[in-house]
Design a binder for this molecule. Structure first.
Ligand code: NIG
Ligand code: FE
Length: 420
């Protein structure tokens, strides 16, 4: 890996955040930057940065002595690469037929009740080998990298038995080992009730708690646990049991909460200290107040799913006004959001949810790193952090990214010092 000096950076954004905590309320509108800057990458990490005017002869001499290369950014903007803290990126098959059913009026819940939805993908994922699943998934990582994402959380949840849940987690781990992306894995065995446990939900939750969580933890395959806490899926009691089992095995929780109904997901997530409560399309003042009182549970909004399912968007403005620390993620999955491109999420954050570009960028970088406990390692431009960088096409301000929507604004993505 080459050590590299970036010169003539028009704006170097999201600097000096250190290692947290997440940015809340009005802090979300602030985006610290340096104009006309340089940045030095050494051994895959950010070694130094500063104004071009301070790139003196002495610094340049040290740099050349190491025989290294410089890249002229010619005024382009440089910021931390995006962090996608909620994806279901490992799956087999696709569900465009259900998409057409939905156009014709079927709801997500109706499709699920008819054996489609998540269980449709479970059938295909179980029938796919680990190797095939890896081969299907790695191009998704590459494509996301080309759109500026360097860090991914990847959930299981299409196996729904010990063997296939662990298979999915092994694929997710390999994606991190065999690419330059940083990957964190989440066990989502409680995503839907598998057909073998039809009408035996308690028995399945027992199985998750007693067998699947301990196995995933002891093999080091999972970093977090998740539950689809939702009417007709898993109750708040089920969710509480799984969060507790996760904690017992050292796995913090990231919960699918309040997507379709106000079914108590935020209550259980906050009470039990979940790291994040994700979705939040169906919330009222009570849930917002709870999230404000429990700052360690980060509200993660997934506007790609709200868009695709034609649902109301989470009340992002009300949440920021209440002092919350928002995170944005893709929810990339074959059912509700077949899209890995966080630049599109950027626009959805700004247009229907009325977040400012600065707020959205904070939610896609630093706060997203906090939602994976990775803020000491990435998510901002700080000396010592991984050189995970999004270099833009020529533009005068970051506002141009959500504004000129549907285009790829990446010139190059840098992951741990390696370039797309
Ligand atoms: O986050 N809501 C639950 N899980 C996913 C959808 C998964 C699927 O439909 O395959 C979500 O939207
Ligand atoms: Fe999801």
């Amino acid at each position: 890996m080459e050590d590299i000096l970036l010169v003539n950076i028009g704006q170097l954004l999201q600097i000096d955040r250190g290692s947290g905590p997440a940015l809340r309320g009005r802090q979300m509108a602030e985006l610290p930057y340096l104009a006309d800057a340089y940045l030095f990458i050494q051994d895959g990490r950010i070694a130094d940065f500063g104004p071009m005017a301070e790139l003196d002869a002495q610094k340049m001499e040290g740099f050349h002595a190491r025989g290294k290369r410089a890249i002229n950014c010619s005024g382009r903007l440089v910021m931390p690469a995006f962090v996608d803290s909620h994806t279901h990126l490992v799956f087999a098959g696709e569900r465009s037929a259900e998409f057409v059913q939905k156009i014709q009026g079927a709801t997500y819940a109706q499709i699920a009740a008819g054996g489609g939805g998540i269980l449709n993908t479970v059938k295909k994922t179980r029938a796919t080998t680990e190797r095939e699943l890896f081969d299907m998934s790695i191009p998704r990582i590459w494509a996301a990298m080309e759109h500026g994402t360097a860090t991914f959380e990847i959930k299981s949840g299409y196996g729904l038995n010990l063997q296939d849940e662990l298979k999915m987690l092994r694929v997710a781990r390999s994606l991190g080992q065999l690419s330059h992306a940083t990957v964190r894995t989440t066990l989502l065995a409680a995503h839907a009730l598998p057909p073998e446990f039809k009408n035996q939900k308690d028995k399945y939750v027992d199985h998750v708690v007693r067998e699947i969580i301990p196995a995933a933890a002891s093999e080091g395959l999972a970093d977090f646990v998740d539950v689809f806490c939702e009417t007709a899926f898993f109750s708040t009691d089920d969710t509480g049991r799984i969060i507790e089992a996760g904690l017992k095995h050292g796995l913090p929780a990231k919960i699918h909460a309040n997507q379709l109904n106000r079914s108590g997901g935020v209550q259980v997530a906050t009470q039990m200290g979940a790291l994040s409560a994700d979705h939040l399309e169906s919330v009222g003042q009570e849930e917002i107040d709870l999230l404000a009182q429990h700052p360690n549970t980060l509200p993660t909004l997934l506007p790609g799913a709200a868009f695709f399912l034609r649902m109301d968007y989470p009340p992002a403005r009300q949440m920021i006004d209440a002092g919350l620390a928002l995170v944005l993620a893709s929810d990339f999955n074959p059912g509700s959001a077949h899209n890995f491109n966080l630049q599109n999420i950027f626009t959805l954050a700004c247009v229907p949810m009325r977040m400012s570009p600065n707020e959205a960028l904070n939610a896609l970088t630093f706060n997203a790193a906090c939602a994976l406990k990775l803020q000491g390692e990435l998510g901002s431009i700080d000396r010592g952090k991984l050189a995970n960088l999004f270099i833009t096409q020529p533009m005068s301000s970051i506002d141009y990214i959500p504004y000129a929507w549907g285009q790829n604004h990446v010139w190059r993505t840098c992951l741990k010092g390696y370039w797309t």
